[in-house]
Structure formats: structure tokens, C-alpha cells
Design a protein around this ligand. Sequence first.
Ligand SMILES: N[C@@H](CCC(=O)N[C@@H](CS)C(=O)NCC(=O)O)C(=O)O
Length: 204
Amino acid sequence: MKLYYMPGACSLATHILLREAGAAVELDKVGRDKKTESGADFLAVNPKGYVPALQLPDGDILTENVVLHGYVADTYPASKLAPAHGTKERLKQDELAVFISTEIHKTYSGLFNPAITDEGRKGIIDKLATRYALIEKLLSDGRTYLTGDNFATVDAYLFTVTNWSNMLKVDLSALPKLMAYQGRVAARPAVQAALVAEGLVKAA
Ligand SMILES: N[C@@H](CCC(=O)N[C@@H](CS)C(=O)NCC(=O)O)C(=O)O
């Protein structure tokens, strides 16, 4: 399998999950010019033009974060990254995944626009605050991860997008449960390995 990624982008979540699952990870970095490090034309790989894109063992290309996360969980069931399909637990995890995708990830996306106004930025930050308040409440019963004590697909995803708060100067210090959670996820060996492989932190 080959993961097309941009350092620190949402593709980091799939990268983390592949490492958590013990999958062999082949990485191909996508540049702003849509050329990959290996010399491929990324638009030919994924006409949508965005990461993540995962080349499956049969050569097919799969895209969309939430789908890739489910693919890793289902392909490596021993990793226990998601409950079985057809259970309420899986529906609850899928509900969280869609919430992270549409309410947090895509809200952050506006802050990457260099032309954003102060007013626009404030609107986005206010919206993020309401979404993160729900996450803070979820974590307030002392659970280790979003769905309980087991690290799951949604943890890789929330960690990845919340990590952008540093670069984008979104102050989350009023959310102590979330801050502690980010630290717990960051400390996982697979997460550290992915961050090092993407050049985001130095190897210890
Ligand atoms: N709907 C896509 C969105 C993916 C996405 O937003 N990718 C961003 C990085 S986090 C990207 O590649 N942006 C570059 C671009 O759109 O050209 C998904 O959920 O996988």
C-alpha cells in the first residue's frame, strides 16, 4: 500500500492508523505543484487533487479520510481500531468521525486561506469553540480516548486536525481535557513514528 500525503495534513491520520495497525507503509509526498516525491502526477493518481489517497494492494486508489480510516480498521481487525459493522458501537464511532470531518476538519480549512479577514477568522474560531466544547464534555468522564479506553480511528483524526491549532494560533488552553488528550495521543509510539516520518518532529 502507498499513502499519498502532505506533511501534517489530514493524511497524517491515515498514516498514524497504518502504523498502529502494523501495516507496511510506503509514503509518497505530494508537493504544492501536485507532483509527488516519486515523480508521479498526483492529479492522475487522484483527480480530486487532495490528500489523503491510498493505493490499495490491487493498485486501486481510495480517497476520503473517513473511508480510509474505516478501510485500515477493517483490513486489520486485530488492531481494534473500530468496532464491528452492524453494531451500535460502530455507528457511534462513525457519528464521531463525520462530526470531526464536517464540523472540525472542514471548519479549520477556512483558516488556511491567506486572504481570510479578522472577522472571518473570528467566526471560524467561535464555531470551532462550540464544536470543541462538545469534545471537552465527552472527555470529562475521564475516558482515555474518544470512544473509551481503546485508541480508535477517530482519535488519529481528531489528534491530527487539533494539531493544526498550534500553527493556526487557535487557543485551546481553556479546554484542559482536550489538551491532556492531545498529549496522550502524541505519546503513542505509532503517532511519534508518523510525526518523525513526516518530518514534523525529530527522532528521539
Ligand atoms: N474530503 C476530503 C478532504 C481532504 C482535504 O481537505 N485535504 C487537504 C489537506 S488536509 C488537501 O489536500 N488540500 C489541498 C488541496 O485541496 O489542494 C477528505 O475528507 O479526505
